[in-house]
Write a protein that binds this ligand. Structure first.
Ligand code: XIL
Length: 334
């Protein structure tokens, strides 16, 4: 059978997943599954600032370096995730942003360091991640609780993209965010806030090339809406921006205990979502946030628990690395 990477390649796209460098040494079977299906990877956490700059000016890119070498060896694209985010910042940085809020060097120097380190080995970067949160109350829908917003005001987003372009003129610069696929007012407000942000960036000639749609979906729950999602993608494509699905997964905690029923619903939802995404000419690739149910990021959260005695089944391969209906759904959509 074809691999997801080959099926994607036939359409001029990539397929990839988030992973951790430890998996390369500790889990060869999982790593082989990544190599088989993926033409792209993204570090799940090892390119976040809490890891890469544990104390001021002391950098640790060892995990991201291992992933970068792995990507090179297997001819994979590596995405840089992420330069400026309200989460995963070291405590010293949070303190510094509060105490000396005019110090934009705290943002600029890091963008330079990370992007120059990898050059064309990391050709795509999430420059700013998750900068909208309309529920926080700002009329533009910006995430005003972000330490970056609190320190620098709204201009930090423009500044981050300008700095990124200067640091790596050839890199593809992305804005990445979640919560845009469903109907309902919370999602609608998020879509409006994101489009407003993107329109503003483009109107001010801020260098941005791509939008990352995370694509964390929930089966048996919120109504995924094909028309709403297609319209949103068309709006972004109409701005001349490329699109990547960056963190695709489908949490099945709301489903019944029977795994077959949950797998079928997850696969059906995945297919509907990807059919819309793949229909958009601006789409360049899809990454899932993990590849196998063996490693899934949300189970720490008590609210995300599956029915008692069950594990979540949100990813294309099961815990034993066997292909699930979701894998077939992705292959079918590709
Ligand atoms: C998550 C990782 O999967 C976890 O390992 C980490 O502890 C926290 O972050 N949106 C994002 C990702 O942009 O960076 C998040 O990844 C998941 C939600």
């Amino acid at each position: 059978k074809d691999s997801l990477r080959d099926l994607a390649a036939h359409r001029g796209l990539f397929y990839g997943c988030a992973m951790k460098s430890g998996q390369i040494t500790e889990d060869p079977a999982f790593t082989a599954a990544v190599v088989a299906d993926c033409s792209a990877i993204v570090p799940e956490y090892e390119l976040k600032r809490v890891i890469t700059e544990p104390s001021p000016g002391r950098f640790d890119f060892s995990g991201a370096d291992r992933l970068s070498r792995f990507a090179q060896e297997h001819n994979m694209l590596m995405r840089g995730h992420t330069l400026v985010w309200h989460l995963a910042n070291p405590a010293w940085l949070e303190a510094a942003l509060t105490e000396a809020p005019s110090m934009k060097t705290h943002m600029f120097d890091y963008i330079d360091t990370a992007m120059r380190r990898y050059g064309n080995r990391v050709p795509v970067w999430d420059v700013v991640n998750e900068a909208v949160a309309p529920e926080e109350g700002d009329f533009l829908g910006r995430r005003i609780g972000s330490p970056w917003f609190k320190a620098f005001g709204d201009s930090y987003i423009d500044d981050a993209f300008h700095q990124a372009r200067a640091a790596a003129p050839d890199a593809v610069l992305a804005y990445n965010d979640y919560g845009v696929e469903m109907s309902g007012s919370w999602y609608g407000a998020r879509r409006r806030a994101m489009l407003l942000l993107l329109e503003g960036l483009l109107a001010r000639n801020v260098p941005i090339d791509m939008v990352g749609i995370q694509g964390h979906l929930i089966a048996f729950d919120k109504a995924f809406d094909e028309d709403v999602f297609a319209g949103f993608l068309a709006d972004i494509a109409g701005m001349g921006l490329k699109i990547t699905i960056t963190e695709f997964d489908i949490t099945d905690r709301k489903g019944p205990a029977d795994p077959a029923t949950r797998d079928a619903e997850v696969a059906a939802l995945g297919r509907r979502f990807l059919d819309v995404a793949l229909d958009c000419k601006a789409l360049v690739g899809v990454l899932s946030w993990g590849l196998s149910d063996r490693y899934f990021w949300v189970p720490e959260d008590p609210e995300q628990q599956p029915p008692k005695g069950q594990t979540l089944r949100p990813l294309p391969l099961d815990e034993n690395l066997a292909k699930k209906p979701l894998w077939d759904a992705i292959a079918g959509a590709l």
